[in-house]
Ligand binder design. Structure first.
Ligand code: ATP
Length: 513
């Protein structure tokens, strides 16, 4: 646990030191759970967004994008169920006066049992060596089975009480499990209450005519209300999808864990409209496709797992999360939800406008079912960033900090370094920058000894360093150094574009899907 916390602290300080993420309004001591993306962060975020957009929109003939407004007519949120049902169960500790999400307290309790399972597995793996079969071990070992049974029982009781809105039972569960305030150890809890997560605001100048609005808590509704507009103007045939990336806002209570849970964050969502009855197939297909997208980035198949929901949201008939191994354990990164026809039907009812599709093949009207894929861009950023940050022991006994970002996502693809700041080397280096910048984000760096510049670029996540030396003036060749292998090669300046392109072009990465 302590190791995990240390790793997480390193992620936070590295993100700041290398210009990725800053606390919002830091000079005023910050605003809790709100963050700003800095000069490198904004590029990484944009590259992740583009990687998603290319995979989802550009590569699918039947998926198109929109960019709906953050502010929507307030009835939207009545229809979607967010006014009545977008709540988190909260519990206060009477001694510490701290507020927690009751379900998260129980889930964290289960995560601790899960850590015990991991320990047993690690112990057994050591004992059995190469002959170790993890799957067999976890399905037969008595202790592990006992732990798993306990987790299952606790989570299924939690799911049932939340489903039945039996908040008294959620509190009873917390007490029975002996869960204490993580900060103080106190078990003096209040009752569990529901708390709506939407941020309210007002539209209009005068107090009596102003209209109460909400900042959208998810981007999906902007897609639903535009369903027919897009279908008609794009002449879309079912099955088809509408994709969107954009800001969403939630007044989160548990606002720890850096950019994992923010009050203002960005979602990348796609709503796929299908014929009623086919939703299960599409749901399975999108689960698979989305996992493949993640795996294409090469961040380790062991770092992902599916978690099927026991407690379904009010709109869903099936739902699963793709969980990622963050520095604080496996947590939700993306949700895939079979949303039925709940949203379109609700908007039909509340707006009085028909939101149906005429199927020419079947010669009938119907309200399409929807399968949604929804991923938090900031969470994806954290997954990529934390997974890439590594301390490496080098042969010469020193260590280096290296941010092994997938090259396709790296903010800067190459840094061009003149060996010294004189003898015409900066001019040649600048020329290379001016040439490459048409195709790639590149930077120029002439300060400090070249070894230090290499380390600086390693830590910032730049996949290539290109060094111009005195020989370059004669032979038009440079040294290209690879971030991950530290291998250095002498290549012609005219080859640079090709070499860089091979490692950073989106096609090569997405083709791994
Ligand atoms: P959680 O259970 O962690 O609160 P959720 O199930 O409420 O998440 P969804 O409503 O399914 O999340 O939203 C889809 C995606 O949006 C999530 O998978 C996550 O990546 C992202 N997301 C949701 N809430 C936040 C937040 N407060 N900060 C950053 N990303 C978020």
């Amino acid at each position: 646990m302590a190791k995990q916390e240390d790793q997480f602290k390193k992620v936070l300080s590295h993100a700041k030191e290398y210009g990725y993420v800053f606390q919002s309004s830091e000079i005023y001591d910050g605003l809790s759970a709100v963050y700003d993306y800095a000069q490198n962060g904004v590029e990484l975020k944009k590259n992740i967004r583009d990687y998603w957009w290319k995979a989802m929109v550009q590569m699918h003939e039947n998926i198109v994008g929109i960019d709906a407004a953050i502010l929507m007519h307030p009835t939207t949120w009545k229809a979607s169920g967010h006014v009545d049902a977008f709540n988190d169960p909260l519990i206060d500790n009477k001694d510490s006066k701290k507020r927690y999400r009751a379900d998260v307290l129980v889930e964290d309790y289960c995560a601790k049992i899960e850590a015990k399972i991991d320990k047993e597995v690690a112990k057994a793996a050591k004992r059995f060596g190469a002959a170790f079969n993890k799957e067999e071990f976890v399905s037969t070992n008595g202790r592990v089975l006992g732990y798993q049974e306990k987790i299952d029982a606790v989570l299924s009781r939690l799911a049932k009480s939340l489903e039945n809105e039996d908040l008294a039972d959620v509190k009873a569960l917390i007490e029975e499990l002996g869960i204490s305030d993580p900060l103080t150890g106190s078990k003096n809890w209040t009752e569990v209450k529901q708390f709506n997560l939407m941020f309210g605001t007002k539209l209009g100048a005068s107090a009596d005519t102003a209209m109460d609005l909400y900042l959208r808590p998810e981007t999906a509704q902007g897609i639903f209300v535009n369903f027919l507009n897009v279908q008609k103007t794009g002449r879309m045939k079912i099955p088809f999808g509408i994709a969107q990336t954009g800001k969403a806002f939630r007044n989160e209570i548990v606002a720890r864990q850096f950019i994992f849970r923010m009050r203002e964050f960005e979602q990348m969502e796609m709503q796929f409209f299908v014929k009623p009855g086919t939703q299960k197939e599409w749901y399975e297909q999108w689960k698979e496709t989305r996992l493949k997208w993640h795996l294409s980035l090469g961040m380790g198949a062991d770092n992902y797992r599916f978690h099927d929901h026991e407690k379904l949201a009010h709109y869903a008939d099936a739902a699963a999360d793709i969980e990622f191994k963050f520095p604080f354990g496996f947590k939700e990164l993306e949700g895939i939800h079979s949303r039925t026809d709940f949203d379109l039907k609700a908007h039909e009812e509340f707006s009085g406008k028909k939101l149906q599709y005429f199927d020419h093949e079947d010669n009938q009207n119907y309200t399409p079912y929807v399968v949604e894929t929804s991923i938090g861009l900031d969470r994806m950023f954290l997954a990529v960033f934390s997974n890439s940050l590594q301390e490496e022991a080098l042969e010469n006994g020193t260590t280096r900090t290296v941010l092994k970002l997938p090259a396709v996502l790296a903010p800067t693809k190459a840094a061009i370094l003149p060996l010294v700041k004189k003898d015409g080397l900066p001019e040649v280096a600048r020329k290379i920058v001016d040439d490459l910048k048409w195709d790639f984000a590149v930077s120029y760096d002439e300060k400090d000894a070249v070894g230090r510049r290499y380390r600086r670029q390693d830590a910032a996540g730049t996949p290539f360093c290109i060094t111009v030396d005195h020989d370059t003036l004669e032979d038009h060749m440079v040294t290209i150094r690879h971030r991950d292998t530290m291998e250095q090669k002498r290549v012609a300046i005219s080859e640079l574009r090709n070499i860089i392109n091979q490692e950073v072009n989106v096609k090569a990465w997405l083709q791994k899907m």
